[in-house]
Design a protein around this ligand. Structure first.
Ligand code: UDP
Ligand code: MG
Length: 309
């Protein structure tokens, strides 16, 4: 009998815990058909509500349910990593608690693995229910990062995916601190089947991602999977040196031939502002990488487990 592990990161999802379980369990006939056993791992990412208590109630009813509780909120990336580390399955699925990743899609995903794919991943074909501004910036972000990075990062890809053991082990071997899973999944490679589905709005509660949180996430993604900003800083430096060199020659020649007195105070101020602005921008880009390096070097654990059931 093969084992399928489902990992459910939860942050303040008390209303969704049982709801998710009920939906997940609807696959029972499919599991018996395929001679699959399952384990359901809820990762409580430092929720302030009764998420952990709800999971404990489920554990009392079904011994296949497990709980990992963090000592505080470490973020979804850490929750997914912890879940994968604890999962014993030959197949591992990652699913959101809010039912935006429908468990009814599992049989289809499993079907693709049977056909020889290593990963069956999902992407949403629509972004209904999302503010248009957010969709706009999301599309721009994917466009930009794919230009800057060698790793393919698929627009609309969700974290919902079913993977074979080998893929999970590969992902676990990347133990970096600044985790950007959308990139890591692509980076490890393997044969991936993309399954599209229409976006579903979350059942209860509201999204934990504000615009600025998403913006920060996008920045993390860029620093984690591209060093293009560093190259851009160097190239800008070279261009500016070149331009100023020409300007120096022009000024000297003008003075020698035409005896033209130097004028142009306003343009000088503009140039100083422009150049120092660009300098700060480049320094900031370098700082971003330095910050990430600093956090990486400290080698802190990705999460701290408070309780494991
Ligand atoms: N989540 C988490 N830790 C966090 C934020 C979110 O474990 O710090 C979980 C959350 O409980 C949910 C999933 O990650 O199961 C996706 O979060 P959400 O639905 O808020 O994101 P969205 O679907 O809007 O992208
Ligand atoms: Mg959601």
């Amino acid at each position: 009998m093969k084992l399928l592990s489902a990992i459910v990161p939860c942050y303040n999802e008390e209303e969704n815990v049982r709801y998710f379980y009920d939906e997940f369990i609807k696959n029972k006939t499919f599991f018996t058909e395929k001679d699959l056993d399952y384990e359901l791992i809820y990762v409580d990412d430092g929720s302030a509500d009764k998420t952990a208590d709800e999971v404990k109630k489920l554990i009392a009813e079904d011994s296949r349910v497990h709980l990992i509780s963090f000592s505080r909120n470490f973020g979804k990336e850490a929750a997914m990593y912890a879940g994968m580390k604890e999962a014993k399955g030959d197949y591992v699925a990652i699913m959101d608690a809010d039912l935006q990743d429908p468990p009814s899609l599992l049989p289809e995903l499993y079907g693709w693995l049977e056909q020889g794919y290593d990963t069956a991943a999902t992407r949403r074909s629509t972004r209904t229910g999302e503010p248009p501004v957010r969709s706009f910036f999301a599309h721009r972000f994917y466009h930009l990062i794919n230009k800057m990075s060698q790793t393919e990062i698929v627009d609309g890809a969700r974290d919902y995916r079913l993977m074979k053991r080998q893929v999970v082990d590969a992902i676990l071997s990347l133990s970096e601190y600044n985790r950007f899973s959308k990139g890591i999944f692509g980076w490890v490679g393997f044969r991936t089947k993309w399954v599209e589905y229409e976006n579903i709005e979350r059942k209860h509660g509201k999204t934990k991602w504000s615009f600025w949180k998403l913006f920060g996430y996008a920045m993390d993604g860029i620093t984690a999977f591209s060093t293009a900003p560093l190259k851009a800083a160097s190239i800008t430096g070279i261009i500016f040196c070149f331009v100023s060199f020409i300007m120096i020659i022009v000024t000297i020649v003008r003075k020698l031939i035409f005896g033209d007195p130097t004028s142009g105070w306003p343009s000088l101020v503009c140039i100083i502002f422009l150049v120092s602005g660009i300098q700060m921008l480049c320094l900031g880009a370098v700082g971003q990488y330095l910050e990430k390096t600093y956090l990486e070097v400290k080698n802190r654990p990705l999460y701290i487990i408070k309780e494991k059931l």
